[in-house]
Each structure stands twice: as C-alpha cells, then as structure tokens.
Write a new protein. Structure first.
Length: 607
C-alpha cells in the first residue's frame, strides 16, 4: 500500500527561494529544451562516475503510460498537493508520456537524506544537492556543472513540473535504495499561509517528506516500471512526469508538436553531437548511450563511424599525442590554458538523417568543437570553409585542468557558450586568449584544403556498411587530365579543347544488393577515334587523392550506351564518330570513402 504523501514547503519567516525562480534560472537558452536536458543529465552522470574508469551506461526511454502502469502512477502521485495547481489530475486522466533518464556505473545519489545534516569527511551530499538544495557548488573536481542550476530543465520539461528520483548508493558502508518525488510549481497561499511552490512526495517525518528506502522503494519502483538495478549495481533513474517533447518544423515549414518517434530521434542526434567525446572507444568512463521508445531501441552508432563527426573525433585523439596539438602561448599562470588540434577529412554530400535532427550547423564541417576539461561539447565555432566541397575539417579545443575554473566562470547555466562579460583579471584574459587563438587557427583553410586544379570530377559521399544513405552528386563539367604521349603504342595525347563531361550524376544507388556509382558521360563529336578512360580515386585526409594507399580500390564495371544498350567492359572506351554520344558508367565504390571520378582522353593515331 502506498504510504507516501505530498509535503509543501511554507515560506520561512526569514525568506525562502521561490520555486519559479529555480525553474527560470536557466533563462531562455537558444538550445532546444531536450538538448539542454540531455547535456545536463549526461554530464551529471559523468560527474558521478565510479572510480576505476569503467563504462557508464546512460539510457533515455520514452514510455506512454496506460493500463496497470498508469494506475500505479495515479496511485502514487494523486491527490496532488492542496492548492498547488500542478495539474497532476489532468495529466493522469489521459495517457501521459514519462521520460526515464537512467545511469548505471555511477555512485548514485548518496550522502545524507536531510539538508540540515552535515556530510561526513569524504562524503558527497549528492542526494540533498539534487533533491533539496539549489546553488551549492558541486563536490566534484573538474566536473561539468557548477552550482546545480541545470537540474531545473527536468522540471521545465515536465508539464506538471514533477520528477521522480530512484537511486541506489552506498551510504556509510551499506547499500541503500532511495525513491522520492519532487515538484517545482508556482507559489501560492492557503489558509493564510504562503508556500514557495516546492513540494516533495515521500514519507512524512518531522515536518518534511523523507525518501522511501530499500524494500519500500524497490516495491514502488517495480510498480511504476522504473529500470531495475542488478545485484551490487549503483546509479540513478530520474522520471520526468508528463514530458513535453517540444516542437519541430514539418516539411511544410510549419511548427508542430514532436511525436514520440521524432523526439527519440532528436534525443539520439543530440547525444551524438554533444556527448561524442565521452562515447569514444578506449577512454576511461566511456559513456554507453541507449535510446528507447516504448521498449524499441534506436541504433546508436560509434561516433567515429560517422563522416560528420569523424574529423572531430580524430582531432580529439590528437590532443593526447605529443607534437600533434598546439597550445596558446601564455607567460604567466596558467601557462597552458588548453590544447588545439585540427583534422581535414572527406565530407558527406548529404547529411545523415540521424545527425540532421539536432545538428548545430548546416552542411559540412569547418568548425571547432570547444569543450572544458570535463569533455562536454560547449559549442561549435565556424571557420573558413574549404573551397573543395568534397572536403571538410573538424577541430577541437579542450581546456586544461589548470584553466578549467576560468572557463567554468565564463559559462551560462546551460554551459553552451563562453561569455567574457562580467569576467575580470586573469579569467577574462584566459578566455579572450582562447577565443582569439581558435579564431586565428580556423582562418585560412579555404585554399589549403582545395584539391589540385587539374583534378576533376564529382565527389561522392561515403557509403556506410549498411547503405545508411544513398546520395547523389550534382552534374557538372569534368576537367580532362592529359595522357602522356606514347608513339610506340600508336597513341598520342589529345590536343582537343572539347572533352567528355558528366551529364547526369554521379549518384550512388543500390543494384542487386550492392552499391554502385552511376554516371552518364556526354561525349563530344570527334572526327577521329578517341579513348576515354575513367580513373576512380579515393580522397584521403588533406584532399590528397591516392588510390595506392588502400588495399581495396573502386572497381570500374564498364560502360552502357544510353540509347542502344550496348555494353563495354573495363575502365576505357574507344569512341569514333559513328558511336552514340551518351554512355552510362558503372563503378563499384569502397565502403566509408569518398570517391572521385576523373576522365582522361587519348586520341588514337591512325597509321
């Protein structure tokens, strides 16, 4: 039987923190509320990592309540606090969405259960800091958060401003499970008493609501359908009641509410763009992310397998290798304020659907991911874009341990910018130096990354191993590389100014279960016989094209006449004045590579 009851906080004679003020401490961030929620909760999970460097499981689930599960939630949450106007009755009368954010491999919400009880030496007061206190600095060295304001996003995403925390921790040598609900409503008056709008749902004890513990907590968590804890496992689950999934722009350009499927995709996209440094394989306390919608799991790829994120991941890895990163020069402490690295890579022609939902910029990367020492991406700063549209670059600036606090002081509550207004002295100088250094390093890459002027042809985006996206290039003229003269073979270089061009494509399609590049080549009307050779190249870092660097190379299948259907095998085709002018070219690409097609022309000498 549920023995929990709501307890509402009265305004103290000496004053109290208003609930509305806590909810509004985030201001009006430019980020989507779901993005803020993912960033804040993931960073809290990383800050609570267990010692030893093991993986952290970070799981977000969307569940629409119905049947017995809905009845269990109604029994727990109702009746709502008298006079609170939280809207719980209205929420529970339909089929509300509950968002569950769970981590495992973390410490859980440990420490004292009461805010007025001091923590012992070495004890972190995580429970009271999350559930009861506001504005206390986190007891985590180099953590991503500052004063715990970010938790307000959980209450803001809930339409009735209610969250439920279910946690397992080690408290003074014993394993303990704790479950409590909290609400941040609006202030109100009842029976001549003013209330702050803060409420807690638990067991009444000495003028406040205590969390349910151990067996009682476990039974209620099971009834509510909260994720289970395995034996000896610690961590936390936070449930956002009646979650508002936000709004999106539809194909007609109009704003509409997100459905659960779109919200799950947006959450996953946000994870990839903001959490990828934590998700890289081989790092300590790696973040293993999952997203589920009513039990169905979305596929979470390795960030380094995605063309959009690969240059950033490569740049991040360079930060730990001597000689592969740069640092801003500073003569006084802190002398090293951060490390910078930049990597050039191939660019996708079309953004993946997965990453597009929460993409921080449009098109290919020419940006620097800025982050503090805790590795949460602050933002992406744009630089000069390469003139070759098949190329991109990604850079990373990561703050040093010595300078981390200066950058923490420069961040707003949402941790999505470095703002120098209000900073003074060393802090202002350090942050300004970093911003200027990054801007300088992103300048001048347009010409550097361009491909050779006599290199032709159409860039094609990489194909993932599962054909995650078939993309098309844009038709255009192909510059013609000249062949070397060879009189012994009876051939000489063509001196003709006209040449073949790509009339359609190249485009990536699927034929008989395999990927194939199709391109239609328009031949000029030559008076003599000419041989056209197609040369496929792999684009590697820095825009260099070298087919010999790879064991596998693109394979030219052959040519097919567009009108006649005549087929000719191999990379070369001889064309005389009687042959048709339009030929379709087939090339089998290499997975996860950008392929460029170059046309070369030889005029056949007539003896």
């Amino acid at each position: 039987m549920n023995r929990s009851e709501w307890w509402s906080q009265p305004v103290a004679a000496e004053g109290s923190t208003a609930s509305e003020g806590i909810r509004r401490q985030l201001g009006k961030p430019q980020l989507d509320p779901l993005s803020v929620l993912v960033r804040e909760t993931a960073q809290n999970s990383c800050d609570a990592a267990l010692p030893g460097g093991g993986d952290i499981n970070f799981d977000i689930r969307l569940h629409q309540l119905s049947g017995r599960r809905l009845e269990a939630w109604r029994d727990f949450l109702l009746p709502e606090p008298p006079g609170s106007n939280l809207g719980v009755e209205k929420a529970m009368s339909g089929s509300p969405m509950v968002m569950l954010i769970a981590d495992r491999g973390t410490t859980g919400l440990g420490g004292p259960l009461r805010a007025d009880e001091p923590a012992l030496d070495g004890e972190r007061p995580d429970f009271v800091n999350f559930i009861r206190n506001v504005g206390e600095r986190k007891a985590v060295n180099l953590g991503g958060g500052s004063y715990g304001f970010g938790k307000g996003i959980l209450y803001n995403v809930s339409r009735c401003h209610i969250v439920v925390a279910d946690s397992v921790c080690i408290f003074r040598g014993k394993r303990q499970r704790r479950l409590i609900a909290a609400a941040l409503g609006d202030g109100f008056s009842r029976d001549g008493v003013r209330y702050t709008g803060r409420h807690w749902l638990g067991l009444h004890e000495a003028g406040f609501a205590r969390a349910l513990l151990d067996d009682e907590a476990e039974k209620l968590a099971y009834a509510l359908g909260l994720p289970r804890f395995h034996e000896n496992e610690t961590g936390t689950t936070v449930a956002v009641v009646d979650a508002d999934l936000g709004r999106q722009i539809n194909e007609a350009g109009k704003e509409q509410p997100r459905d659960a499927d779109s919200a799950a995709e947006f959450i996953l996209s946000t994870m990839m763009w903001n959490l990828w440094p934590h998700m890289l394989t081989g790092r300590p306390n790696r973040l293993v992310c999952t997203v589920k919608r009513d039990g169905f799991a979305l596929d979470v790829p390795d960030p380094e397998s995605l063309l959009e994120l690969r240059p950033f991941a490569k740049a991040y890895r360079k930060l730990s290798k001597d000689g592969e990163y740069e640092v801003p020069v500073r003569k006084t402490a802190p002398t090293e304020i951060g490390r910078f690295a930049l990597v050039k890579d191939m660019a996708p022609v079309r953004a993946s659907k997965l990453l597009a939902a929460a993409a921080p910029f449009q098109g290919r990367a020419h940006h620097c991911a800025r982050m503090r020492h805790a590795d949460l991406v602050v933002d992406y700063v744009a630089g000069d874009a390469p003139t070759d549209e098949s190329l991109q670059y990604g850079a990373v600036f990561r703050v040093s341990e010595q300078a981390d606090q200066h950058f923490a002081d420069a961040e707003p509550p949402t941790h999505d910018d470095w703002v120098t207004n209000g900073l003074q002295g060393t802090a202002r100088g350090v942050v300004q130096l970093a911003k200027g250094f990054i801007k300088n390093k992103l300048t001048g890459h347009a010409g550097e990354a361009a491909s050779p002027a006599n290199s032709t042809a159409e860039p094609l985006a990489a194909l993932s191993g599962r054909l995650s996206g078939l993309v098309a290039g844009t038709p255009g003229d192909g510059a013609i590389g000249r062949g070397d003269g060879d009189t012994r073979s009876g051939r000489k270089s063509s001196r003709s100014t006209g040449g073949p061009r790509f009339a359609v494509g190249p485009a990536l399609v699927e034929e008989d279960g395999r990927p194939v590049i199709l391109a239609t080549v328009q031949m000029p009307t030559w008076a003599s016989i000419h041989t056209v050779i197609v040369e496929p190249f792999i684009v590697v870092d820095g825009g260099i094209e070298d087919p010999n660097e790879f064991r596998l190379a693109p394979t030219v299948v052959g040519w097919r006449g567009v009108e006649s259907g005549e087929t000719r095998e191999g990379a070369s085709i001889s064309i005389d004045r009687m042959d048709e002018r339009r030929w379709q070219l087939r090339v089998v690409p290499v997975d996860d590579a950008v392929v460029r097609l170059r046309l070369r022309v030889l005029e056949v000498a007539v003896s």
